[in-house]
Design a protein around this ligand. Sequence first.
Ligand code: RIB
Ligand code: CA
Length: 333
Amino acid sequence: MALPQPTVLDVDTGLDDALALLLALRSPELDVVGVTTVAGNVALPDVLRNTRYVLDTAGAASVPVAAGAAAPLVRPLTTATFFHGPHGLGDIDVSEPTRAPVAEPAAQLLCRLAAEYRGQLTVIATGPWTNIALASRLDSEFAGNLRQLVLMGGAVTVPGNVTPVAEANTYNDPEAAHMVLASGGLPRLIGLDVTLQGLWRPAEQEAARQRVQEQAAADPVARLAVDLLEWYLRADLAAGLAGSPLHDPVAVAAAMWPALFTLEPRHVSVELASELTRGQTVAAPEGRRERLETRDGQSDVVGVETVQPNCQVALKLDGDRFVEHFAARLGLL
Ligand code: RIB
Ligand code: CA
């Protein structure tokens, strides 16, 4: 088996971020060497507390946790307590962790590890991409230094989840999303296009809860996972979905099980100007767009130009196999 990939998760923990952390920590394909935090599903102090709680529960208290951006680059923060609970982990009573975050800010830690592990580091961003944008601003070689950058966010071929056209992470910080897609390195875009194909349904939750209740020796990761999934599923069913899209765990899966995915290179732009369509991720069809010229206050189509891809968009996921692997790794099968 190949050596584990040194990996940093950039999270806004959040229920599905917590599940993504557990999946990464339980997977021999990945070696989690750091976790960076960003405000998103809840405010940064809650994200920091939740993240350390999850790592401590999984026996990963030695993994450094860094504080990152407390707000998007330009806009006010939009949290999502309906889906994630008042403090981000449903109704779980999260004790205050004893250890402090590291002193190094998230963007600096990302740049330092990318340089130290040049060409080998995997970064998986599952919150708004603010820290990734700040890292690219801090070091223009950041993206190029990575083995792979996996971004959860966007909705290229399907409707959005926050608005009819925008997904939560790109909606929350569209300016950061724009910067990250302009930074090079052909990141993988794991958007709603595929995360809606990886649903955790009531039957799976029932089976997992039973299995955890029957376990003689309690597996703390499995217990935590079932509790996280309980609130998450209830909220998604209340929102009219048939199950819970495992958004952030799907992004972790993309880093370690690429064979489950179909990806295509595309040029994706992020809407920044309109409030109605803010954060929409728009792909140039067939990599072409019309070239407009404006003269005397009037525009004219003067040709068609090709646009180079700036990311690889995930379009298909083998959802059944993903959910099976996910449940097995978390001790839910
Ligand atoms: O749209 C799904 C994304 O928004 C996930 O990362 C979820 O945690 C929320 O941040
Ligand atoms: Ca998230």
